[in-house]
Design a protein around this ligand. Structure first.
Ligand code: FAD
Length: 471
């Protein structure tokens, strides 16, 4: 009997899992699953304790789903990625594995790890990788010169054209391959874990699919008008599931098209589709420009910006104590739940880089250490966009004003009051400038004064970028 090994990584699901489906195609093969935790590597990648918990819970859930189909999931822990090759070699020898199936990860360390594994397994084990976490494989959407697009809009147009030529199909969950197995609870990973709010992020593939259905049936239609307002629950909040592969982008696309058949033609649903394509854009960029994985800026001259090293200001930003209510409410939302609204990610990133002139890489790392949906491609893309160092980024002279951003996107301060109860008594009119109200009332608020003067900070930042550009 042949033995097929499925190495699960960021694809913790049984539905529409290309590697799992391919491994199960031969009805006579014995199929074994494996998940390898690598805490040392997670530390180096700043993975958040919330994401670690989310992974842990989903490994348990996957283990049960596979066991119902007669497939065992082994869970093992190594130090860092360097230990994977030896472990897999020994595992394959001991289990008489003939073929290894896995879904690609596109980050540099992960690709190096996979190359080392394939080399170690040599000819003894046939290895098959799949482009599972994307709608279209990196490198397949290119300009006429066969190059990766550097600007999103033409990428998106070419991407949609490719989708018109043929949609990537979803594959079914494997059929049961034998009697249901019993599951023994795996040992916990040697990594800090933090609670995940089950109301915000219910555990399991079924819950994720239900969330996707619910979003596509209702909020997706109103998404264009609601997605920028953090007080409204107007976005899908599926990023945490997509980041660790509890859902696939193909499932998202097909569910969207079922409810909004005109999404590919620019009709209802197309704005949400565009966000899925942003996700693809950043993944394709990682492969085309591996330097992005090394935290280098896409635009080289921006590395000459003389960043300010003010630890007190950085800590104030981290903790949500900058004195700018929209920034602080957003940071406290992320610190408390592991998730932050997209509009606010842009606002707080801009504030850190353009108001505090702090190196964007510090913010990028801090985000990874807190986010439940931490994803190198999207996070790096978002930070480089905000810092004006990336492809198709905001131009460096475009600097968000944190006060007017608050006024535009949280007019009555509904979101702010949710996260900053100390501003509960501040009238709507002053919710974005509580220091003005406090001065008028001759009150001392239990809330900090703004840590910078936005106008002056803007001038200093423009000057710093100008100097770097000319150098
Ligand atoms: P929706 O609005 O419902 O969008 C659907 C899906 O599309 C998301 O789940 C996500 O997978 C994808 N998506 C949406 N917007 C973007 C985008 N701008 N770039 C890439 N993919 C996108 N997203 C992450 O998944 N992980 C991160 O670590 C991350 N870090 C970010 C850091 C910064 C500074 C910025 C500006 C953005 C970041 N994003 C990140 C992108 C975006 O903010 C989140 O994907 C989104 O807020 C998740 O909420 P949602 O699932 O409700 O999104």
């Amino acid at each position: 009997m042949t033995t097929h090994l499925v190495w699960f990584r960021n694809d913790l699901r049984i539905n529409d899992n290309l590697a799992l489906s391919a491994a199960c195609r031969d009805p006579d093969a014995r199929v074994v699953g494996l998940f390898i935790a690598s805490p040392e590597q997670w530390r180096q990648h700043d993975m958040s304790p919330r994401q670690a918990e989310f992974i842990w819970q989903h490994v348990q859930s996957l283990s049960h789903a596979l066991a119902q189909r007669g497939i065992e999931l082994r869970v093992h822990q190594v130090g860092d990625f360097n230990d994977c090759a030896e472990y897999l070699k020994n595992f394959c020898e001991a289990q008489h594995v003939d073929a290894l199936f896995y879904n690609y990860q596109y980050e540099l360390n992960e690709r190096q790890r996979d190359a080392a594994v394939e080399k170690a397994l040599g000819r003894d084990v046939v290895c098959q990788g799949f482009d599972d976490s994307v709608l279209l494989p990196p490198g397949s959407v290119t300009t006429g010169n066969n190059e990766m697009y550097k600007v999103f809009t033409p990428f998106s147009k070419a991407f949609i054209k490719r989708l018109h030529e043929g949609l990537p199909e979803c594959v079914l969950a494997p059929l049961p391959r034998g009697d249901e197995l019993s599951v023994t609870s795996a040992e916990s990973f040697d990594y800090p874990r933090a609670d995940v709010d089950p109301m915000l992020f219910p555990i399991g593939e079924r819950a994720a699919i239900a969330k996707l259905r619910e979003f596509c049936q209702h909020p997706a239609a109103a998404y264009p008008g609601q997605r920028d307002f953090p007080a409204i629950d107007g976005t899908s909040r599926l990023s945490a599931y997509l980041a660790i592969g509890v859902l696939s982008p193909r499932q998202c696309l097909h569910r969207l098209l079922k409810e909004h058949p005109q999404a590919l033609e620019g009709g209802s649903g197309s704005v949400w589709l565009n966000e899925l394509i942003w996700r693809e854009f950043y993944r394709h960029l990682l492969v085309a420009y591996p330097k992005l994985c090394r935290h280098q800026p896409f635009i080289s001259w921006t590395d000459n910006v003389a960043w300010r090293q003010d630890n007190a200001q950085f800590v104030a930003w981290q903790k949500g104590n900058t004195g700018f209510p929209i920034v602080d409410a957003a940071m406290r939302q992320m610190n408390a739940t592991g998730w932050m609204h997209n509009r606010l990610r842009m606002v707080v990133a801009s504030f850190l880089v353009k108001d505090l002139l702090c190196d964007w890489r510090q913010g990028e790392r801090y985000f990874m250490s807190q986010l439940i949906d931490g994803d190198l491609a999207a996070n790096n893309g978002g930070w480089q966009w905000a810092a004006s160092t990336g492809t198709d980024a905001a131009p460096y002279f475009r600097i968000f004003n944190p006060t007017t951003q608050g006024e535009r996107f949280d007019k009555q301060g509904e979101f702010i009051r949710q996260w900053l109860p100390e501003l509960g008594d501040v009238p709507d009119k002053y919710i974005h400038t509580p220091w003005v109200w406090a001065e008028k009332q001759q009150l001392t608020l239990d809330y900090p004064q703004p840590i910078v003067d936005h106008k002056q900070a803007r001038i200093a930042t423009l000057a710093a970028y100008e100097v770097a550009r000319k150098s």
